[in-house]
Design a protein around this ligand. Structure first.
Ligand SMILES: N[C@@H](CCC(=O)N[C@@H](CS)C(=O)NCC(=O)O)C(=O)O
Length: 265
């Protein structure tokens, strides 16, 4: 049985998991129909868990220090330990070619998003070695959603047991001193929502009538689907409903079509 490490959010764990990169991998595991069990890791324990498994950090903070993250996947049959969502998808694709769907069918995936500013949150590194179209797509989709994650921060379902410690760490990273400073005024929030909708226009075009980019789902659909899962868990309900309906409802259709792969083991 494979072990999948996901971020523990407010109880019940299996209904509140919200972290985007673990979501991409969870959707991929289910899409590939791979039996696995989840280990829930509280935010403040991620560094310890990852270090104990001997997996180096794959992100860095703006100040150059290591940023230890999830997801992690361990596979006892091969002793593989993988600590990046994109690498996990490639691993599943190669190690289990005959199980489930095809994560990486050849396709061009032409989509770019230029945020116009330096993004504070370091983005997934582009793994140029394989499936560069997918790696580029992952980076661009990460960019468009990351630019608007401020909308989601306030709705993150922290686990009460570690909430204080987790919030303190988020504040440290952002150089802020109180959680209220993350709050956005009503007007600024509406502006950010408008910007989000507009920014997602080109991505929406790729899906046409949907629900997927092509006839069958691929890892590209799961990348967007992972972000939609996070949005669903963290946006106020009215805003989530609005997002579902943007651009002719493509994102709502994609989210619903991926429900079959969203089960938590
Ligand atoms: N490139 C990595 C990025 C992973 C990542 O950023 N994970 C976030 C959750 S989506 C995390 O573990 N954050 C821990 C924290 O903020 O302390 C991947 O794709 O797996």
């Amino acid at each position: 049985m494979l072990t999948f490490y996901d971020v523990a959010m407010g109880p019940p764990l299996h209904q509140r998991n919200s972290a985007v990169n673990p979501w991409k991998s969870r959707l991929a595991l289910n899409f590939k129909n791979i039996p696995h069990q989840t280990t829930w890791v509280p935010l403040p324990n991620i560094t310890k868990v990852r270090t104990n498994l001997g997996i180096p950090a794959c992100r860095k903070f703006a100040d150059g220090t290591d940023f230890y993250t999830l997801p992690i996947l361990t596979d006892p049959t091969t002793s593989a330990k993988i600590g990046d969502s994109f690498d996990i998808a490639i691993y599943l694709h190669k190690q289990y070619p005959n199980s489930g769907g095809n994560l990486f069918p050849p396709q061009t995936l032409e989509y770019t998003y230029n945020p116009g500013v330096d993004i504070l949150v370091p983005l997934s590194e582009i793994n140029q070695s394989e499936y560069p179209q997918y790696a580029r797509f992952n980076a661009n989709v990460d960019a468009v959603f990351t630019m608007h994650t401020m909308l989601m921060v306030g709705g993150m379902p922290f686990d009460p047991e570690t909430e204080e410690e987790a919030k303190k760490e988020f504040l440290r990273r952002a150089g802020l001193s109180s959680w209220d400073q993350f709050a956005i005024g009503v007007e600024a929030r509406q502006q950010m929502l408008d910007s989000f909708e507009k920014a997602l226009g080109d991505l929406a075009k790729l899906f046409g009538d949907g629900p997927f980019i092509t006839e069958e789902a691929s890892y590209a659909d799961l990348i967007v689907g992972g972000w939609l899962r996070m949005a669903n868990r963290t946006l106020p309900e009215g805003e989530w409903e609005a997002l579902r309906g943007w651009h002719g409802g493509v994102f709502g259709r994609l989210h619903d079509a991926l429900e079959v792969y969203a089960g938590v083991n």
